[in-house]
Structures are given as C-alpha cells and as structure tokens.
Design a protein around this ligand. Sequence first.
Ligand code: BGC
Length: 735
Amino acid sequence: MTKTIFTVTAALAAGCALAQLSDDEALKAAKETLAKMTLEEKTQLLAGSGTMTLAAIPRVGINAEWTMSDNSSTVRPAMNRWDWGYPQPRSENTKLPSLSALAQTWDVEWARKHGETLGAEMRDRGVDELLGPGVNIMRTPLNGRNWEYLGEDPVLAAKLCVPMIKGVQSYDVAATVKHFCLNNQEWNRNHVDTHVDARTFNEIYLPAFKAAVQEGEALCVMTSYNKVDGIWASENKYNQRGILRDRWGFKGLIETDWGGQHSCDFAINNGGGIEMHWGQGIKYLYNPKEGKFPLAEAVRAGKVPEANVDEAALHTLYVMAKTGFLTGAPRKAGERNTPKHQQIARGEGADSIVLLRNAKGLLPLKTEGVKKVLVIGKGANDKQCGKGCSGEGNVPYEITLFAAVKKRFAEAEVKLMPFCAKMEIATTDTSNAAIAGGHVEQKTKVDYCDPAELKAAAEAADLVIVFTGTELGYQENMESESRDRVEFCLPPALQAAMHTILDWKLPNLVVVSRSGTPVGYTWTDKADTLVQTSYLGMEEGNSIVDVLVGDVNPSGKLAQSWPKAYADTAVAQCGTYNGQNVSYNERFYVGYRWFEHKKIEPLFPFGFGLSYTTFAYGDPSVVKTGDTWEISVPVTNTGKVPGREVVQIYAAYPGAKVERCEKELKGFAKTQLLGPGATETLKIKVTERDLAYWDDFTNRFTTDAGDYEFLVGASSVDIRGKMAVKVAGTTLYRD
Ligand code: BGC
C-alpha cells in the first residue's frame, strides 16, 4: 500500500468537527451578535476577564466565559482568575511528547493524533482554546524553549503543525499558533528588539505560521513578546495587518502573549487583538478587576475609530462561531486520560527517539539473563511533566526511565546511582516566570558518587544505562521559558564524569541523552551506543524502554542539526545573539543551511537517525502534472527486523541566478512498519512554488525558469538519489 492511500484512509477515519460552520456562516453569526453589542461589551471581547478567560456576555447570547489553556503537549490545568496559580484540585490530563519530539517523528499521522488527543481532552475539560502549537524556528541551541517547537526547518515545522492543528480543531475548539513572530530566544524576551531581512523572514521564519493559518486554518494567533524593528509584535501593523490579514487572509483572532500588550489606541489601530495577561495585569483595553473600559474611552475621545474595535471584536466572535461556542451548536464530545491517549503518548514518544550510535550492535538489548542493571544519573528518576512553566502539565501518573527499566527488568536487581560529578548548580527563582528580571540565584549541591564505588557497581552490572542531558526547569542548563540556557555544554563536572565512565570501556553500556535542543557533548566518540530523546511526557520511560529492548525499532530522525561546538553555530560565528538588539545577520543560513554553506561538519546532521534494520532505496522517479512533481521512492527493508524509514526530499539549485542554500528540505514521508524484505513506494509531492525564493525587489516569492535537482536523502548528508528537473517559465507568487 502506498503512503498516499494510507493518508487518505487515516484522514477519513479521523472524522470531522460537528459544530463547525462554513466561514461565511460563521461570519454571519458573528456579525449578528456584534450588531447587538454596546461599545463596552465589544471592548470586553478584546481583553481577558481573567488569566485564561474572556467574559461571558449573556445579554447578547455569550452565556459562558471563553476558556483558554496552554500548551502544545497537554491541556494545562485551569488557572486562578487573578494570578498564575492553580485552584485546587488541579485537573489531570495526558501529557504527550513535546513538539521537539513530535518533530523527530517526521510523521504527519502522529501530528494528527497528537492534535486530536489534545482536542478531545480540551472538550472533556470544557476548554475552548488551546495556546499551542508553538512553531518558532530553532535559531540557536541555547533557546530555552526549543523543546516546545518543531525544530530548525520551516518545511518540517509547517508540514507537522498543519495536521496537529486540524486534529485539535476537529473537536470544535480553537488552536493558537504562537509566538508570532521572531521569538527565537528567551533571553530578555520581553524587551529584545529583533531585526531580519525580508528574504530570511519570508523563507525561514514565516512559513510555519503561514501554513498554520492557511492550510491548518488555525483560528487564533498569539503575538510574541519581543519587538520587531522597534515595534512590539503585539502592535506591529506590518505583521498583523500586512502579513496576517492582508497577505494570508487570516480571519481568526489575534491575542497578545501574556503581558505583551503595551498600549491602547496604538495597538488596536495597528491591528492588535486581545490583551491577555495574568488577570490582575489586564489594563490597557479593559480592566476586568476594576471594571474599567479604557478602550471605550479612547473611542469616545476620538483616538480609536470604532470601526477598528468592531473589526477586532468581529474576529473574536468569528472564532466563537466557528467552534460552535457562540451558536450553541452541539460540539464533539471529548475524553481524557483514556488508555487510547496513553498509548498515543507512548507510541509517538517511541517513534520520536533517534538512534545516534549502535557501533557494536548492543541494541536492541537482550532482556534474558540480565541479573543486575545499573542506571547512572538521578535525572532518570526525576519527573518532568509538571515542569516547564506554561509548557507544564498535571498528569495522572508519570513513568520515568528508571521506573520503566525496573518494570521491564522485573527479575533483575535495578539500581540508580548519581554521576561521579561533584557539582553545585545555580537555581533561579522565577516566581513570575513570564516577566524577565528579578531572578534570585541560589546554589544547590547535586548528589555525588565516589568514582571507585560507581565503577565497581558498573562492572558488576550486566547492563549499564547512563542517563544524561537536560531537565526542564530553572537551574543552570535546564530548559524552560523566559530564560535561555547559559552554556551550550553541560557543566564541566558532568562532562568529566561522562569521560570517566566511558573510559571504563564497559561492553554493555548505553547512553541515553534527553534534551529538547542540541547540547554540547565532548565524549560522543567514546559512546558506542547512544540514543537521543526529547521530553516525552508521561509515558517517557516506557517509550524509551520500548526502543532499547526493540519492541519498537527506532525511526526518529533529528529535527535539529547537532553542532560539535557552540562556536560552530551561525549565531556564534556571526555574533548575532544578544539580549538587546538582535540582527539576524546569518540570514537564511539557519541550521543545516548554515553548516553546509560554511562547510562545517556537525556532530550529527539534520535528518539523521539509525535503525535496527537497514533500508535500500530503489531508483527514484518523478512525474510532473501541472506545476506539481510527484516523486516516487521505493524503500525496501533489507535487514532482519521490521522498521520504518523517513525519506527526505531536498531541492538543489545548480543553475540559480540568485544566492541560494546548498539544499533545502521540500518534502518527506515515512514508511509504514515494513517487514524484512518488504518494499513500500513513498510518494512525495513538490510544487514549483515550493522552489521559490523571496525576491526583495518585487516583494514576491519567485521561481525562476531553469534547472533544479531533487535529492533523495536518508538524512541531509546521506543522499541516495538525484533527479534533474526543469522549470519552463519564471513565476512570481503573491505569497
Ligand atoms: C508564554 C505563552 C503562554 C502564555 C500563557 C506566556 O508566558 O510565553 O507561550 O501561552 O504565557 O500561559
């Protein structure tokens, strides 16, 4: 069966939203309600009535508060009306893998299931709007929120966010694509001013947002905290009106990030939407705590045309109508924490894991006869689901790697020991994490183990699992919002401990590294067996063990180039990373585009990942219909165990008239589980428009007539086939 057939079948099985009106019907319903509203009531549609709500206005038929909830991998518990706290008891929800993990699956089906799971859990909780997905591109490995995003490539991020959004919204709720735009670091995120040239903006940083809005039909967009060319993103006319509304035809609502509103009339006159903040901080447009209406006053004072208020209020009502919230139409029923959702968390997680090294064939592990297992690294038993600020959740249970190993090796003695690394770690108190500044540093001593004692335990074990990487939170090198990691590398004492342990040359040692972003490692050439995972949510331990023992053959591939050193990265070499004015001078050379342009070898390239089996690629072929090529790639499992393979199509521009990257991802597909000897022909479509660059002179995407190449890759560097194609005439695209 081909991929095409599989996708169509799956889409049919997915079912549709019940309440959704057509765009015209929704607009009509929204207009009818707007016509009944007073200026004050319209103002109420443009600001929170609390931290996560918009006001109910029963007089016009809005009988309940519109409720929002973070994030991209779970439905975070409801929050207090006037602060960031949670009321008791907190609701429990499934926590799925983070988006950085979803990106590593390279699988649109997982993206759809991920979205549907969130949509179903929202409905079960009575949540109307999800504050996700986040689609900001990874520009620097230091960004504290890379784990919340979909990697470094605009095409990968775009193709995965679309089915996820559709999955969420198939439950008659709204998804919010965030953070629009150029929020590619957390360092001073609330004040930093970003500057990017038009070509880079259009080719790298906008495509995922555009796909989210146009193909995914995301109903909401959240603006970012930062400034863009001196103007706050929340009041940036060029981006909000010019790009979102005029160019992309976005009909849904725009809202600020929490606390990202800076003005009343300036924002609303420049296409700004809903002001959100922790309840008490809402004040520019409407002050729910004090019952004041500054926006209505600004209209009366002649500072804001009422038409601008109407326009913005209509967008809110339109979203309410599309989801059935406004019209009272029956909405799809949801469910929460079901075995099905738990299986999705576990399966998506396992399919996202990337096998980086298996030099001695130690994996998959043999479970029989294993009497002693040593897990090194206390992180292997630290729960993560409740951490990560707005990315956090409250889960019914969480399986750590240590717990899963204990369960899987039930007959063995399984021991957990800390690293032989004497360390103190700085903790940052971020009681109000969304607001930069005011952090308090403290020092915590990390558990330490004597190297001789650790070595004796490791040598006595039949299996040693070393667990390294980052954690979520606010200690040094942890990943979380409102702060970037300070160092690319893990603390020197930890690196030294890794060298010490690997120098023992234990034949039965696996390194599992977990992070949502590349981390500087100095020891990888000593690690024969190395597995990379991102944050996998509440089934994390099970997902990892499923892969280690071979119940699931790893099929994840890196969504981020893994640099050897921070000094190799574009932002380091171009000096374009700071906390004040950030000029994206590396331009479109982001991720693998940079490494290829500068001929710098990364530690592990974008798109790379091994399997327990091997795949042979047959000769690719290409057929063109209209302006679309269909590339067929036969993939055969030539090994001994079933497995899945991701095939990537890159475009190269041998005859380009303008500066272009060496190659760029244009499409990808993943096989089903192929048994030994089985072949599947993947079909991947690329259009002439996909080959376009942004032309600064015409302000248009342009595909020049000429020669192009499609490269069939098992990764960005492992190219298995090439096809030359031609474009007959030059075309300029409006967007
Ligand atoms: C984050 C957003 C989040 C919002 C609401 C902000 O601090 O940047 O991603 O959706 O808080 O919790």
